[in-house]
Design a protein. Structure first.
Lengths: 267, 183
């Protein structure tokens, strides 16, 4: 009887696992969001925990340093304002020229700031959770970036939070172009499991003329990421497949290991 | 039925998963996040009933997978595979010895991620693995091993502080006391 009860429990657990694993993707995604929502009450706690050190640091900063910071920020603000005026004039001119040539108008980016509230607990994925969800208008496949460069894309959305799959994860592939004379194009694929700052740029032509330090940007192909978002810089390159293709390592501009706030891009 | 222990184990599992998702320190310092669920499974398998062990496997796995990019349910089986043999042979294990707890914690912490990755590879969803994963596996094993005796001590303390006290029967009964000497 004792053994029978144990085997019944084991059978029940195996049955639950098999049923869950064989559910359709859509049903699994909904169930996952439902189970994940159990952690919602703790989201605020996580935010407070992240803000606490910053608040503490602010409270112990001397007044003199704060005034200095305000002065620096004021100057920076004035510079940025003048740059904004200049870029607005350039955008107008760009629109006029596009009209004259009959090209499609470029739509300006709309960005929404999000806080990173969680990271993937498993070591074999690179995902994060942000505190914006479908109530904030977030949809799957929206690009996510920081001021330094591209970070990833939205992979799943719940009502109040979203999961972002980061560059370097096997599920986030980005079509990229190298800023050089030949505009070599490739696809950013998975990086190594330890170093989050390096990813592979694969499927490059064997004739690709790559040099360390060249910028890598999104190519705009594939329809997910708009053209021209900075990604990183070439570290090194090598020919593979008996000289038929080239592969390069790219150092990402954004520090994926220390993300606290990210921007979600609305097209 | 006393639900204190199952409730304590499941609450700890919930908080452990939440902590793994929100505390980036181990990842920054060691390059890998330490999973506490296998260590907790060792404790549950040695000290709780089979229902608690099964619930920990199912709920712990579900909570972990819901915050991860893992397919939902993939962590349930590895947790059960780690916990069931220990539960089955727990009468032969010196559960009070910290060394035994350390060894069992190491074995469970090594087995669970390895089995999960194996299931992912078989399920056609290849995870991010490479030579660096070996280091992550070592860190997870060592971290889980060290965490197991700590979890045992923590739960013993919690049970002592918050749980019901065992009613001890003493042989002394005042009505059966033999009074010697004259009254």
């Amino acid at each position: 009887m004792f053994k029978q009860k144990n085997y019944l429990a084991l059978g029940a657990v195996v049955f639950v696992a098999v049923v869950l694993l064989s559910l359709p993707t859509r049903a699994t995604a909904r169930l996952k969001l439902a189970v994940g929502s159990w952690f919602l009450p703790l989201f605020g706690l996580a935010n407070a925990g992240q803000q606490l050190p910053a608040d503490l640091a602010d409270s112990v900063l001397p007044r003199r340093e704060l005034l200095q910071q305000i002065d620096t920020l004021r100057r920076e603000n004035q510079q940025l304002k003048s740059q904004a005026v200049q870029s607005a004039a350039m955008a107008r001119e760009n629109d006029q020229l596009r009209n004259l040539l009959g090209w499609q108008r470029q739509v300006p980016w709309r960005l929404k700031l999000a806080n990173v509230v969680m990271r993937d607990p498993a070591n074999w994925w690179r995902t994060i959770q942000i505190d914006l969800g479908s109530r904030d208008g977030i949809q799957t496949n929206q690009p996510v970036l920081t001021t330094d460069g591209l970070v990833g894309r939205v992979s799943s959305v719940s009502f109040v939070s979203s999961q972002i799959v980061l560059i370097g994860d096997p599920n986030c592939r980005v079509s990229a172009v190298v800023e050089n004379a030949t505009h070599d194009m490739g696809v950013l694929t998975a990086g190594g499991p330890l170093d989050t700052s390096l990813v592979q740029l694969s499927y490059l032509a064997s004739s690709a003329n790559l040099k360390p330090g060249q910028n890598v940007l999104t190519s705009g192909l594939g329809g997910v990421f708009p053209k021209g978002i900075p990604i990183g810089k070439i570290v090194d390159a090598q020919t593979i497949e008996y000289g038929l293709a080239t592969e390069a390592r790219v150092k990402l501009n954004a520090n994926l290991g220390a993300l606290e706030q990210v921007w979600v891009l609305f097209k | 039925m006393n639900l204190f222990k199952p409730a304590l184990i499941l609450s700890f599992a919930f908080l452990a998963v939440f902590g793994e998702a929100t505390l980036p320190a181990p990842r920054h310092w060691l390059g890998a996040q330490i999973d506490l669920l296998p260590a907790l499974m060792v404790y549950a398998a040695l000290n709780a009933d089979i229902v608690t062990v099964s619930l920990l496997a199912v709920l712990g796995g579900l909570w972990f997978d819901s915050l991860s990019a893992n397919p939902l349910g993939v962590t349930i089986l590895p947790l059960m595979v780690a916990g069931f043999p220990i539960y089955f042979r727990r009468d032969l294990i010196l559960r009070g010895l910290p060394f035994a707890q350390l060894v069992l914690g190491a074995a469970a912490s090594a087995l669970v991620p390895a089995l999960t990755v194996l299931l992912l590879l078989n399920g056609g969803k290849p995870p991010l693995i490479g030579w660096g994963s070996l280091w992550q596996w070592i860190v997870m094993t060592a971290g889980g091993a060290l965490a197991t005796p700590v979890i045992f001590s923590l739960f013993e303390w919690c049970s002592h502080m918050l749980g019901y006290k065992l009613r001890t029967e003493v042989s002394f009964r005042s009505d059966r006391e033999i009074h010697r000497g004259r009254k």
